[in-house]
Design a protein around this ligand. Structure first.
Ligand code: HEM
Length: 486
C-alpha cells in the first residue's frame, strides 16, 4: 500500500514537472519556472516594477518570464529597446490578440489592432485628422486655451483654500480630447463623462487585477460568471454612449464640412470603397481609444509636474521668470514660444521622465520569427517594453534618480533631448497623440504658472512621490494651494 502511494506520488510529480513550461533553445534567459503558475510568484501584482528591475539585474536587458504557461519577453534599456522598436520595427509592431484586453475590446480601433492594413489606415487617418484640427477655422491651440480658461476659473475660486487637483487636471485633458472627437466639452457632473470615467476606472482595475491574469493564463475559465465579466459590461456601456453621439452626428452633419473627428470619419467612410476597413463599429472604438489614451496619460503627467514643482519652489520660480520674460506684453502663450523657453521645456520633459506615465508601454507582439540581442524570439511572442528602465537608465542621464531639469540642459543652458527620452515609446507603434500631448503640456503649464503660484500646504506633511501602479502610473491624491501672481 505504502509503496503504491509513493509510486503514485512520484508519477504525479513527474507529470507536473513535465507540465512545467520550458524555454525554447536560445530563448532569452529568466528565473526558474513553476508548473501551472510559471513566474507569477516573482511579480507583485500590485506593482511589479521593482520585481522587474530585480530580474533585469539578474538576467540582463532582454529576459523572459512565464505568466502561467504563457511566455513573454521583457525588453529593458535604450539599446535593446531601439534594436526592437526602431531597427526591427515591423517585426516587433504586432499586438497580442489572446488577452482579456483584446477580448473586452472585441472591435479594434488603433491601439489594440494587430499590425496590418486596418491598423495602418486607422492610425494614418487619426494622425492626419489630429493634425488638420490645427489648420481648421479654430486651431488646436485655441481649443486648448479655451479649455484652460475653465481650469483658471477653478483655480480662481480656490484662492486661499486647499484643493485636490486630480479632478481639475482630468477634466482639462478629457475635455480637450472630447472637443476634438465630438466637438463638445462636458461639465464634470455630465452623465456622459461620469459614466465613461466610471467605466474606465472599473475596466483598468480589472485589467490590473488578479482576475485578468487568471483569464489570460487559464482559457477554460473565460466563459464562467467571474468578476472579469464586469469589464465586458463596462465596455458595452461606453460604446453605447459613443454610438448615441454618432447617431446624433449622422442626423446633424453636413457632408464635406466636418465639425470634429466623428464627422471626418463619416466623410472618409463615404469616400472609401465598400471593402475598406472603415466602419461605424471601428469608428466607435477608435474614438474610445483616443479618449482613453488621451486622458489619464496627460492628466497624470500634469499631476506629477505640479507635485514636483510645489516641492521644488526654486524650479517653479525659475520657470516663472522665463515665462514672464518671453511673454512680456503678450496676451497668451503659443506653442512656438517653446523655442524661446529652454528651461520650461527642460522642466516639462523632466516631469514626463519622472512621471514615467505609461511605464510598461502597451504590450507588443512579434509578427515573425526574429532575433533580439542575439536571442531567438518566435513569431507571436508577447513583448513588454519596460520604459522605466530607459527613462532612468544609468549612463543615459546626468541625474537618473532625481527630479532635475539639468537632465535636459547643456552647459550653455540650451534645451537638449537625450536619445533615452522615450515616454511615448518609439517605432511604428509610438504614441500617435504625442503632438497633441506636447502642445497641451506646454500651453497648460505655461499659462497656469504665469498666473498662479502653486504651494505645497504647510499641514500636508512630506510629499509621497510613489505613484499608484496601473496601465498608467498615477500620483497618490495630494493637496494644493494657489496664490495669484500678477
Ligand atoms: C503625456 C501623454 C502621453 C503619453 C506619455 C503617451 C504614451 C503612449 C505610449 C507609451 C504608447 C504605446 C506605444 C507603443 O505601443 O509602442 C501610446 C500609444 C498610443 N497613444 Fe499615447 N500617450 C500620451 C498621450 C496621448 C494622447 C493625448 C492621445 C490621443 C490623442 C494618445 C493616443 C495614443 C494611441 C492611439 C496609441 C496607440 C498607437 C498605436 O497602437 O499605433 N496618447 N501612448
Amino acid at each position: 500500500m505504502f509503496l503504491s502511494l509513493v509510486l503514485l506520488g512520484l508519477c504525479i510529480c513527474f507529470i507536473i514537472l513535465q507540465l512545467r513550461p520550458r524555454r525554447p533553445k536560445n530563448f532569452p534567459p529568466g528565473p526558474p519556472v513553476l508548473p501551472i503558475l510559471g513566474n507569477l510568484l516573482h511579480l507583485n501584482p500590485q506593482n511589479p516594477l521593482e520585481d522587474l528591475e530585480k530580474l533585469r539585474k539578474s538576467y540582463g536587458n532582454v529576459y523572459s518570464l512565464f505568466l502561467g504557461p504563457k511566455p513573454i519577453v521583457v525588453i529593458n534599456g535604450v539599446k535593446a529597446m531601439k534594436e526592437a522598436m526602431v531597427i526591427k520595427a515591423a517585426e516587433f509592431a504586432g499586438r497580442p490578440q489572446d488577452t482579456i484586453v483584446n477580448d473586452v475590446f472585441d472591435v479594434k480601433g488603433v491601439i489594440l489592432a494587430d499590425y496590418g492594413t486596418s491598423w495602418r489606415e486607422h492610425r494614418r487617418f487619426a494622425l492626419m485628422t489630429l493634425r488638420n484640427f490645427g489648420l481648421g477655422k479654430k486651431s488646436m491651440e485655441d481649443r486648448i486655451h479655451d479649455e484652460i480658461q475653465h481650469t483658471i476659473k477653478t483655480l480662481d475660486e480656490s484662492i486661499g483654500r486647499t484643493l485636490c487637483p486630480q479632478v481639475m487636471f482630468h477634466n482639462v485633458a478629457s475635455n480637450i480630447i472630447c472637443q476634438v472627437l465630438f466637438g463638445t466639452r462636458y461639465e464634470y457632473d455630465d452623465e456622459f463623462v461620469t459614466t465613461i470615467i466610471q467605466c474606465v476606472t472599473e475596466i483598468t482595475k480589472i485589467f490590473n487585477g488578479p482576475w485578468a491574469m487568471l483569464y489570460d493564463c487559464l482559457p477554460f475559465i473565460r466563459n464562467l460568471p467571474l468578476p472579469f465579466n464586469k469589464a465586458f459590461k463596462n465596455i458595452k456601456r461606453s460604446s453605447d454612449l459613443v454610438l448615441r453621439l454618432l447617431n446624433e452626428h449622422k442626423n446633424t452633419r453636413t457632408p464635406g464640412e466636418p465639425r470634429d473627428f466623428l464627422d471626418c470619419y463619416l466623410d472618409e467612410m463615404e469616400k472609401k470603397a465598400e471593402d475598406s476597413s472603415f466602419s461605424e463599429d471601428k469608428l466607435i472604438f477608435t474614438a474610445l481609444d483616443l479618449l482613453f489614451a488621451g486622458t489619464d496619460t496627460t492628466s497624470n503627467t500634469l499631476l506629477t509636474a505640479f507635485l514636483y514643482l510645489m516641492n521644488h519652489p526654486h524650479i517653479q520660480e525659475q520657470c516663472q521668470q522665463e515665462i514672464d520674460q518671453v511673454l512680456e506684453g503678450k496676451d497668451q502663450a503659443c506653442f512656438d514660444d517653446r523655442h524661446q523657453m529652454p528651461y520650461m521645456q527642460a522642466v516639462i520633459h523632466e516631469s514626463q521622465r519622472i512621471a514615467n506615465t505609461v511605464s510598461l508601454s502597451i504590450f507588443h507582439c512579434t509578427t515573425k520569427d526574429t532575433e533580439l540581442a542575439g536571442y531567438s524570439i518566435p513569431k507571436g511572442m508577447m513583448i513588454v517594453q519596460n520604459l522605466s528602465t530607459v527613462l532612468k537608465e544609468e549612463g543615459q542621464w546626468k541625474y537618473p534618480h532625481e527630479f532635475n531639469p539639468d537632465n535636459f540642459l547643456n552647459d550653455q543652458g540650451e534645451f537638449v533631448k537625450p536619445d533615452a527620452f522615450i515616454p511615448f515609446s518609439a517605432g511604428p507603434r509610438m504614441c500617435l497623440g504625442e503632438g497633441l500631448a506636447r502642445m497641451e503640456l506646454f500651453l497648460i503649464m505655461v499659462t497656469l504658472l504665469r498666473k498662479f503660484k502653486f504651494i505645497w500646504p504647510e499641514d500636508a506633511g512630506k510629499p509621497d512621490y510613489t505613484p499608484i501602479f496601473g496601465v498608467t502610473l498615477t500620483p497618490k491624491p495630494y493637496p494644493m494651494k494657489v496664490q495669484h501672481r500678477l
